[in-house]
Ligand binder design. Structure first.
Ligand code: PEP
Ligand code: MG
Length: 904
């Protein structure tokens, strides 16, 4: 049988398309949706898409095309020419095309676009004759030379900008739109000279040559530095490459009845169900998002062209009903006729995610399952983002110095810097940075990523700064036109205020307000409601959050506990939905006040009697803490871990503290110093810590178990349910566990007798030593629960020090030529290695103790990707820090949905 010819090019036009929206992997998001919009009858300029498979071949084969691709492009071009009744770059009836990139995941501003391809010195004359608009034709040509020069040939963008500015200055005009056709021809002459100077060749006049050069540039841009950085920052992996969309041009710059715009079917900032967009008349392509002129809001289009406005409103509901999600569209109006150039699921803030999804469930547009599956768990933490402290603004009578657009929510306060590089440098020094730019470009990404806030003087809600900052969850005020920024002098002036580099500024990304001073930043509305500082009824954000978390709880099966070791943390954890405490690190209770003194006495004791005396001082403090924690938990389980860290961590290093300790203990400073140095270990994390402490000094274990059980009895006496779980750390050999358990049981039995009362309890262990994972079946015969300590388990399984690995782990994970690990193994579980140990130990544990309770309390317990894995392994719960509890709950629900799907 003849082998089927591979297909690399997909046509769309005239109501029919080779592709569909399901084919994002090979058509890219843009190409797939252009095909889909064409098929559902929307006005899309015809064109074709070269697949991501062709790009993958190009990247892997020294920048050459797969066999047959070139011919397929030419066939599809001929089809497009027939449909349009025009020929690419023709001297009589020219077809002009745009060439755009588009990968399966949207990468805004990352990949390059070329417009007006096909223009040559002869076709530009034909365009003049055809449109009877010489100014438009020359403007299109000069834009094409500029884009082609910049994107395809790497001619510096600013060279063209300077030439344009020179011509504007020479004729005394300030706006591009003020330039006449003659002025534009002068610009073109200068552009052609620049092109030749930088490339050593004349600007290409063969349209087919232009087309393939542009295609190559798009393919090539898949691997440019900023695209790679964007993919890395946004964890975009496993894609083939970018598709290339070649589409017949429509013009927004053909005069005052033409224009171009972008819109969201709902508000991307708040999620409000209203049509939300911006446009510019007599403008082309990127003008709206580039922030050169400040665009107008979409409602005003009703006055400019009511028919087109109504058509857009209709398309808004067609798209939402078709895609069942908020869409982000690009459109162009050419001489009063509307064309749709793009649709995609809209990027939005987490507030907008919650509101759009809750509203769409209520509108019957989507199910709860879909709502939960869509909301990005990685963004969820931003719900708890800080805001400017309005009380302090009121109290100090602070006034905003100006107001821009509220491009990305959240409050930020810090010192201003005018370049991304400086922002990165200062942030590395630990400064809170506000990045101030006239407008941002993809080169600024690094600076934006480290900034607390971003401010621009130009550009709208869809400008680069606004879109990127929103995506990063970084507060942003854009288009603050009253800011006069001098990037050379590194100063800005605004309404009589003059700020220099390093001065303080505060911004309110919810309102667009800018203050020329430092303002305290306080916690989010949700946190305020949870803390009882705001009424639930006053916060619509909280209400949406609550409804959404209701869906999450219905779907998730994995338990979510918190790592908490104080009553306050416990209270917040419970408010955030924690179903128990998975790790109470008792050593955290030993710091502060007299406690540290007592534990130091215990450590420095010369014999059991002295040690027990010091422990007796600690007992009531520990018992009191446990009581307060158990009360906050109201019957939810509390896993309390016995003392774990090496003892020297508690001893003072400086002379003053050693002196104070010596005085209190009635010994000499030298004795303190001597004891400290005798406790020194070369490798403390593999040293005298964990259950080893309890084995050598069982009196420590006895005191802690007594504190836990007595606290539980006291709380039970108050009529409050209580479920303590005693956790023995760092067990590697079941005999260690058996030893500790025996001592603990003796204490417990004794207390029950003393008190004449029992409480339910469990005794279990952490699995954080590889040997424990390997012998988990033995340990499980004795233990009632396992909690995987994946921090130590990662450290010991990979042989990477938790404290020192950063120096090489960065390159191990990030360097393109290495990538030995997909993610930092201390942040995301190393599924193939450490994950395998977790899976194996779970199975071994259940083989000898089918009822064993299995959880994980390492940092991975709050990481969505790791949670998906733990759900798959079948753990009973994950445990993480309180503010990651909602993230973990969402991730658990999403993991349950995936599991359900894969069963189907
Ligand atoms: C662990 O090792 O994963 C753990 C939770 O314990 P710690 O981080 O306190 O060592
Ligand atoms: Mg540990």
């Amino acid at each position: 049988m003849a082998k089927k010819k591979p297909k690399y090019v997909y046509f769309f036009g005239s109501g029919e398309a080779d592709g569909t929206s399901q084919m994002k992997d090979i058509l890219g998001g843009k190409g797939a949706n252009l095909a889909e919009m064409t098929s559902i009858g929307l006005p899309v300029p015809p064109g074709f898409t070269i697949s991501t498979e062709a790009c993958a071949y190009y990247s892997a084969n020294k920048e050459t095309y797969p066999e047959g691709m070139r011919e397929e492009v030419l066939e599809n071009l001929a089809k497009l020419e027939r449909l349009m009744g025009a020929k690419l770059g023709d001297s009589e009836n020219p077809l002009l095309v745009s060439v755009r990139s588009g990968a399966a995941s949207s990468m805004p501003g990352m990949m390059d676009t070329i417009l007006n391809l096909g223009l040559t010195p002869t076709s530009v004359q034909a365009l003049i004759a055809k449109t009877n608009n010489a100014r438009f034709a020359w403007d299109s040509y000069r834009r094409f030379i500029q884009m082609f020069g910049d994107v395809v040939m790497g001619v510096p963008h600013h060279e063209f900008e300077r030439a344009l500015q020179d011509v504007k200055d020479s004729v005394g005009k300030s706006l591009d739109t003020d330039l006449s056709s003659e002025n534009l021809q002068e610009v073109i002459v200068r552009y052609e000279r620049i092109y030749k100077r930088f490339t050593g060749e004349s600007f290409p006049t063969d349209p087919i040559d232009q087309l393939f050069k542009a295609t190559n540039a798009v393919f090539h841009s898949w691997n440019n530095e900023r695209a790679k950085k964007y993919r890395q920052m946004n964890d975009i992996r496993g894609l083939l490459g970018t598709a290339v969309n070649i589409q017949s041009m429509v013009y927004g710059n053909m005069g005052d009845t033409s224009g171009t715009g972008v819109a969201f079917t709902r508000d991307p900032s708040t999620g409000e169900n209203k049509f939300y967009g911006e446009y510019l008349m007599n403008a082309q392509g990127e003008d709206v998002v580039a922030g050169i002129r400040t665009p107008k809001t979409i409602e005003t289009l009703r006055d400019v062209n009511p028919e087109v406005y109504q058509q857009l409103v209709d398309i808004r509901s067609i798209l939402e009903n078709h895609y069942h999600d908020m869409q982000d569209v690009e459109f162009t109006i050419q001489e009063g006729k509307l064309y749709m150039l793009q649709t995609r699921n809209g990027k939005r803030t987490i507030f907008s995610w919650l509101k759009t999804q809750v509203d769409m469930v209520n509108e019957g547009l989507i199910t709860k399952e879909i709502a939960v599956s869509r909301v990005p768990s990685g963004e969820f933490g931003k719900l708890f983002a800080p805001v400017l402290d309005t009380k302090s603004i009121r109290d100090q009578g602070l006034e905003e110095v100006t107001r821009g657009l509220n491009a990305s929510p959240g409050g930020a306060s810090g010192q201003i810097y005018f370049t991304a590089a400086k922002a990165e440098e200062m942030a590395a020094e630990g400064k809170d940075v506000i990045l101030v730019r006239s407008e941002t470009s993809p080169e600024d990404i690094g600076g934006m990523a480290v900034a607390k806030g971003v401010v621009t003087s130009r550009g709208g809600m869809t400008s680069h700064a606004a879109v990127v900052a929103r995506g990063m969850g970084c507060p942003c005020v854009s288009g603050a036109g009253e800011l006069h920024i001098n990037e050379t002098k590194k100063t800005l002036e605004v309404n009589g205020h003059r700020l220099s580099e390093g001065d303080y500024m505060s911004i309110d990304g919810f309102t667009g307000a800018i203050y020329a001073t430092k303002i305290p930043v306080r916690s989010s509305e949700i946190v305020q409601v949870l803390n009882g500082n705001m009424k639930e009824s006053e916060s619509s954000i909280f209400q949406n959050y609550k409804i959404f978390m209701g869906y999450v709880n219905e779907l998730k099966t994995l338990g979510v506990y918190a790592n908490a070791d104080s009553p306050n943390d416990t209270k917040m954890a419970v408010a955030l939905g924690a179903e128990g405490i998975g790790l109470c690190r008792t050593e955290h209770m030993f710091f502060g006040g007299n406690r540290i003194m007592s534990i130091r006495k215990m450590i420095l004791a010369n014999n059991v009697v002295e040690r027990e005396k010091a422990l007796a001082e600690l007992l009531p403090m520990q018992r009191g803490d446990f009581e307060a924690i158990f009360i906050e938990l109201h019957g939810r389980p509390a896993t309390v871990r016995l003392l774990d860290p090496p003892l020297h961590e508690f001893l003072p290093n400086d002379h003053t503290s050693r002196h104070e300790l010596a005085l209190q203990m009635g010994i000499t400073v030298e004795e303190v110093a001597q004891k400290s140095s005798s406790l020194h270990e070369f490798n403390p994390m593999l040293g005298f810590r964990g259950c080893r402490l309890a084995i050598i000094y069982p009196e420590i274990l006895r005191m802690q178990v007594r504190a836990i059980i007595e606290a539980a009895i006291n709380v039970k006496r108050k009529g409050i349910l209580v479920h303590p779980e005693i956790m023995i750390p760092l067990v590697g050999n079941y005999k260690e566990f058996v030893f500790c358990k025996k001592v603990a049981l003796e204490v417990i039995e004794k207390i029950f007798e003393e008190q004449g009362m029992h409480v339910e309890y469990k005794i279990g262990t952490m699995i954080e030593v590889p040997r424990a994972a390997i012998t988990a079946d033995e340990i499980a015969k004795e233990a009632e629960f396992f909690s995987f300590g994946t921090n130590d388990l990662t450290q010991m399984a990979c042989g990477f020090s938790r404290d020192d690995a950063a120096s090489f782990l960065g390159p191990y994970v990030n360097d393109i030529d290495k990538q030995f690990y997909d993610y930092d193994p201390f942040a995301t579980i190393d599924i193939d290695g450490v994950g395998k140990l977790v899976d194996m130990a779970s199975k071994l544990g259940r083989s000898t103790n089918p009822n064993i309770k299995l959880g994980i309390c390492g940092e991975h317990g709050g990481d969505p990707k790791s949670i998906a894995f733990f759900n798959q392994v079948g753990l009973n719960y994950v445990s993480c820090s309180p503010f990651r509890v909602p993230i973990a709950r969402l991730a658990a629900a999403q993991a349950a949905l995936i599991a359900k799907d894969s069963k189907k």
